[in-house]
Design a protein around this ligand. Structure first.
Ligand code: UD1
Length: 420
């Protein structure tokens, strides 16, 4: 298992490009199942999660041709419409095949994902969407067996008690594009990745409107065709670079970035005392001293993303006072705080709130990554702490960041990958 060895204490300085968004690419790959024509996705990040998704499609009999960052996917011929436990348990997003498989083949089996390190992650809203389209769902042997040979449009409220669901909105959209008649999803997730999926589906010939707002309308069409698409930039990766720049008191320009997708993040960076300039597809973040304490509550888009909560915890560990981070989307998403405390941070967790008493400096240590974003938080802490920090188990990080060390090193970070 690889680890990172970081010699921290150097302010990051320079320019770094964000990749295309992992969370946009994964549903796009699944959407390719909706047609037997080739779909071409460009600028695909070379991530472990993307590889897992492509492996899943190949295991179904889909032709996947990868040439650098361009992936051509052709779902032609007889396909095996089962997503096995072995893949789904590794990556919950493999659940995205449910909607497209049902829409095109009328029958599929997708393993239940099981627990996850950031808390229980139910699928009730995904199933609600399928049922609202006239599909039936049975749970058998740990698998969801969905049937719907003749899906038809329906109206539904897809918001759950924790707010809208990105995954359920995307899955239902993909199930509805080939259904007869009109579907209206109320309480839809507004994340930019949902809007990007709609753009992709429309390029395939679908009729989706309103994506990116809480009300999405889909008029079913008889069939879809191939298309070409380049996904939106990764707002979480951009936010991670911004937090790293501030924690090390540096100045970083993030290119291939859509500042319009980062409103709540930029707001909290400025509240913490960072200077943030935005330009056309770029963001420049400068931090001079220790951050001012701020309060952050995660929320569905356009609120502060839960996927940046851990990275901002690392930043606020160094604050000139007490900050709070309230996690409103996923329970148990504070595992990183235990490791940060081992690095000299002073964080108390009370229910879904982390109370962060700022300290002047973090001390380097050997730490263990527990999930994808927690890993990024530990890297940020390691970059800020003087001395040698080792972050173990970075396979979590490789799921969502492409060779992070190669992006950070040109910014002056002293970070190396060590293979055990
Ligand atoms: C996606 C992102 C993930 C991000 C999350 C929230 C991908 C591949 N992953 O995950 O990185 O952290 O959005 O922005 O895009 N819920 C239910 N019932 C359901 C589904 C979800 O109650 O059927 C709840 C969840 O437990 C959670 C909330 O709804 O509390 C939001 O989850 P959701 O938006 O579905 O997250 P994902 O799509 O899994």
């Amino acid at each position: 298992m690889d680890s990172f060895v970081i010699r921290g204490g150097t302010p990051l300085a320079g320019t770094v490009a964000a990749a295309s968004a992992k969370n946009a690419v994964l549903p796009l790959i699944a959407a390719c199942l909706l047609t037997d024509e080739p779909c071409v996705i460009r600028n695909v990040p070379l991530l472990a999660d993307v590889a897992t998704m492509l492996r899943l499609l190949r295991s179904m009999g889909v032709r996947v041709v990868q040439s650098g960052r361009t992936v051509t996917i052709t779902a032609r011929g007889r396909l095996d419409t089962t997503a096995p436990y072995d893949v789904v348990r590794k990556m919950r997003a493999s659940y995205y095949v449910l909607g497209p498989l049902l829409a095109r083949f009328g029958d599929c089996r997708v393993s239940l994902p099981g627990g996850c390190a950031i808390g229980t992650r139910p699928v009730d809203l995904h199933l609600k969407g399928i049922e609202a389209l006239g599909g039936s769902v049975r749970l058998e042997h740990g698998y969801i067996h969905a049937r719907g040979p003749r899906l038809k449009g329906g109206t539904m409220m897809l918001e759950g008690h924790k707010g809208p669901s990105v995954g359920a909105t995307a899955n239902t959209m993909m199930a509805a594009v080939l259904a007869r008649g009109r579907t209206v999803i109320d309480g839809a997730a507004c994340e930019p990745e949902v809007a990007d999926l709609a753009k992709f589906l429309n390029a395939m010939g679908a009729k989706v409107s309103g994506a990116g707002t809480p009300a999405v309308t889909i008029d079913g069409v008889r069939e879809l065709h191939g298309c070409r698409h380049a996904p939106i930039p990764d707002r979480i990766e951009a936010g991670t670079f911004a937090a790293a720049a501030c924690a090390t008191r540096g100045r970083v320009e993030v290119t291939n970035c859509e500042p319009g997708h980062l409103g709540a993040v930029i707001d909290r960076l400025r509240a913490a005392g960072a200077a943030v300039e935005t330009g056309d597809r770029c963001l420049v973040v400068t931090m001079k001293g220790r951050p001012r304490p701020v309060d952050i509550g995660t929320a569905p888009y356009p609120g502060f993303p839960t996927d940046l909560q851990a990275q901002f915890t690392s930043l606020l560990c160094l604050g000139r006072g007490t900050s709070t981070l309230t996690e409103n989307i996923f329970e148990s998403r504070f595992l990183h705080t235990l490791e940060l405390n081992r690095m000299g941070a002073s964080i108390d967790v009370n229910g879904n709130m982390a109370i962060v008493h700022g300290v002047e400096r973090l001390s380097s240590a050997q730490v263990m990554a527990s999930d994808l974003r927690a890993s990024a938080a530990l890297v940020i802490a390691g970059l800020a702490a003087r001395g040698r920090t080792e972050v173990l188990r970075i396979y979590h990080l490789d799921r969502g960041y492409e060779r992070l060390e190669r992006k950070l090193a040109p910014l002056g970070a002293r970070i190396e990958r060590a293979s055990a």
